[in-house]
Design a protein around this ligand. Structure first.
Ligand code: SAH
Ligand code: SF4
Length: 411
């Protein structure tokens, strides 16, 4: 996508992937600044005859003080503010549903297009760790997913489209902003401490917008998060893991779910293209790019526990063998059921026995706590419900329109 800003020579190229919004009383689309990297914003300000440092100023207003109205950006001259209002906007995706659980879990459903299939969700999970209150945000990268893992409700929806960098970083913006609604602008802080790209979609199949949004997460002029607290989770797109290693230093999580190719082909079909040996080798290469300050000391291995499918002790032993050369921490995830899911959740005892095999072999192995049960915080569930409601509302509108048509034709 390429477009030009009115009154400027700026061309936003496909890397920028900015979202265009149609302003209500002006036919000219505005440029959304929300998902622009610092380099792009600097380029933008230069293109309209302004100094580069304006980029950092605007970024701080937007990402640290959650101000979207240029008129409120008090260290920017009135003339420039007017100019910005004409050609730009700062716009997060529309929240169509939000739910705050008693245990502190928060969940948002965003509309990113027309129709019931254009919804994505974001979940915030609080936890107290030794450094204080941790708030982990689970961010989506695509509407739906093409990879069709057999235990995943997002996969069952099929793929709709990639999210833009505005829509990806917009999820973090909305989550942080939700804690600051009643706080004076000068006193605002960022509440989200960790991000995991573990919402809907496969982040490595939407590479450029995801990398751009994650760059903003790390940028001191935006969210300034520690790279160890920003994690990309992938089902194993091997060439893109290598590309990520070159471009970004963040923590990596691999969705393993099976310790042998036969079973993994069934659960995670992308394994047929990139089998386990290739996947483990690429994870090893990712870690080797390690520097002293790197986030890449180890990878996290995610393993969903499916009753009677991948939760036997022999699977745990196979996993010990598979991961013996890979510095890794293992996270066992109790399966989150969804309507018509072909699996059940492994029992607590089964999960603990599985964990013991891995711990005895020297791995750090944790069991993910299930949170937010009162708001269906499990992956893909709320979108399913909201989509059902939206579909019902659409069908109802159609029915009313048809009836009106009949009444009109009869009259
Ligand atoms: N596509 C990426 C990131 C999104 S999925 C990936 O697969 O890694 C994020 C995590 O949620 C993955 O580990 C995925 O396997 C897990 N997940 C998906 N459906 C689940 C379910 N029904 N119950 C528990 N975990 C699930
Ligand atoms: Fe896609 Fe990840 Fe779900 Fe697999 S688990 S279908 S890769 S979102």
């Amino acid at each position: 996508m390429a477009h030009e800003a009115v009154g400027s020579s700026l061309v936003v190229d496909e890397q920028n992937n900015a979202t265009l919004h149609q302003p209500t009383n002006d036919a000219t689309p505005k440029i959304n600044l929300l998902g622009m990297s610092r380099a792009e914003l600097e380029q933008f300000f230069e293109s309209i005859g302004e100094k580069k440092f304006r980029a950092g100023q605007v970024m701080k207003w937007v990402h640290q003080y959650f101000v979207t109205d240029f008129a409120e950006m008090s260290n920017i001259s009135g003339k420039l503010r007017e100019k910005l209002e004409k050609v730009c906007e700062v716009k997060a995706p529309e929240v169509v549903h939000r739910n705050y659980s008693k245990d502190g879990t928060r969940k948002w459903v965003f509309r990113v297009g027309e129709g019931s299939g254009s919804l994505v969700e974001t979940v915030l999970i609080p936890a107290d760790d030794k450094t204080g209150a941790r708030k982990t945000l689970c961010v989506s990268s695509q509407v739906g997913c093409a990879l069709d893992c057999s235990f995943c409700s997002t996969g069952k929806q099929g793929f709709q489209r990639d999210l833009t960098s505005d829509e990806i970083i917009g999820q973090l913006w909305v989550a942080n902003q939700s804690y600051m609604e009643d706080v004076a602008v000068a006193d605002r802080t960022r509440s989200v401490t960790n991000v995991v790209m573990m919402g809907m979609g496969e982040p490595l199949l939407n590479f450029k917008p995801v990398v751009k949004a994650m760059t903003l997460m790390l940028d001191d002029f935006a969210y300034g998060m520690s790279k160890r607290r920003v994690t990309l989770s992938t089902s194993g797109i091997v060439p893109m893991i290598d590309k990520l290693a070159e471009q970004l230093d963040v923590a990596l999580a691999i969705s393993l779910h099976a310790p042998n190719d036969e079973l993994r082909n069934e659960l995670v079909p992308i394994n047929k293209k990139y089998p386990l040996a290739q996947l483990i080798a690429s994870a090893q290469r990712y870690i080797k790019k390690d520097g002293n300050e790197s986030a890449r000391k180890h990878v996290t291995i995610e393993y969903v526990m499916l009753d009677g499918v991948n939760d036997q002790l022999e699977h745990a032993h196979q996993m010990v063998n598979l991961l013996k050369e890979l510095p890794s921490k293992i996270n066992l995830i109790p399966f989150n059921p969804f309507p018509h899911a072909p699996y059940g959740r492994s029992s607590r005892n089964r999960i603990m026995a599985f964990q013991k095999v891995l711990s005895d072999a020297g791995f750090v192995c944790t069991i993910r706590q299930t949170r937010g049960d009162d708001i269906d915080a499990a992956c893909g569930q709320l979108v399913g419900q909201v989509a059902d409601r939206t579909r019902r509302a659409e069908q109802w509108k159609k029915k009313v329109a048809q009836q009106n048509e009949i009444v009109r034709s009869q009259g």
